[in-house]
Write a protein of this length. Sequence first.
Length: 410
Amino acid sequence: MSTKNKISDQPVRFPKDFLWGSAISAHQTEGNNVNSDWWAWENSAGRAAALKARGKSLEDHRSGEACDFYHRYDSDFALAESLNQNAIRISVEWARIEPKSGEWRGEEVRHYVEVLKSAQKHGLKTFVTLFHFTLPLWFAESGGFAQPGNVDRFVAYVEKLAAKLDPYVDFWLTLNEPEIYTSHAYYFGIYPPQHKSLRESFRVVNNLIAAHRRTYAVLKKQSTKPVGLAYHLLDVVAVNVLSSFNRLFFHYVANEYVLNRTVKFCDFIGVNYYNHVHLAWWGRRMQSQSRHETSDLGWGIHPEGIERVLVGLKRYRKPVYITENGVADAADTRREKFIKDHLRYVQRAIARGVNVRGYLHWSLIDNFEWHHGFRPRFGLVAVDYATQKRTVRDSARAYASICKNNSLSA
Ligand code: BGC
């Protein structure tokens, strides 16, 4: 690291009213999301065969009861409060509310009202995501977001839901990471429906962009709350002059394609920051772990990238919330340093004029890490899946003291 980039270990204060908290999503934590496309996929014969062929355990890769957050939200929010957090990000599961096309379950909407009331009781501002990777099975089977006409169904759902939920929401997030969802579900074939088509990927990402814009308009009609989108932003690093051109191209595709088409329809920008990529001079070898310490998932830990990503957003002149940032670290030997290092670079971005107003760590509790199953541990709080016992990790206490003081000491 050059001296220019060296972070100081002086105490660092954050702006007044900064939000400190953590994030989760519904399918990853609630358990028994039985009417969703993910549930169907996790329990399909094809998935079982693919896991068996790779020598992996089926049980580890089925969300099942997950963290039973559906029933334990109140005690989990109490934990967040005890760790001095003042904000929480959750998502609402469409597959519960409309398990069959046109069948509206009012009791599930009331459940989410209770969840949000509980968060408020525990002093947590609420960020509510409307689409975090999972869909009702009926919607997925009718073509999901690959069908332009289906956007209407999503917007109609949001309109009806928001009428009930809005009083308990502080910040709306329309979509989580349209870039990652599209690439993983329609290009790399990792998430259901496991397609591998560039053409279809463009169709899906453009439909998601339309879904965001229309959802934004619908929410603005009935709500005074800020509406944003959670973007997955990568720090794209060129290793030499030759890869600079590739860098521009990759940066555009990975970060700017969605951002440029949606940011006008955002009251704030949500940033999910995890990774960077080093582009080798061909642009063919992309590594995120080279020269870096890695997480349990082999992702390179690269805190300086968050400053670059944030400074890149300055031109949009919008408030920014970090809606996810975290590390898979079962032994909890890297998380405290990870948080502190990232926060020092966040502070540098603030000093350079970026209007960052909050930091939500991924994640409050260990949870179901999509196609990787339960093995990666992202939680500030550990979950024993056999007993559902929660255990606060040391890094969570270190983070709690940052939240309490609104500052970071050496
Ligand atoms: C997703 C989360 C996920 C996290 C860690 C983010 O891209 O929004 O759902 O658990 O990354 O992989």
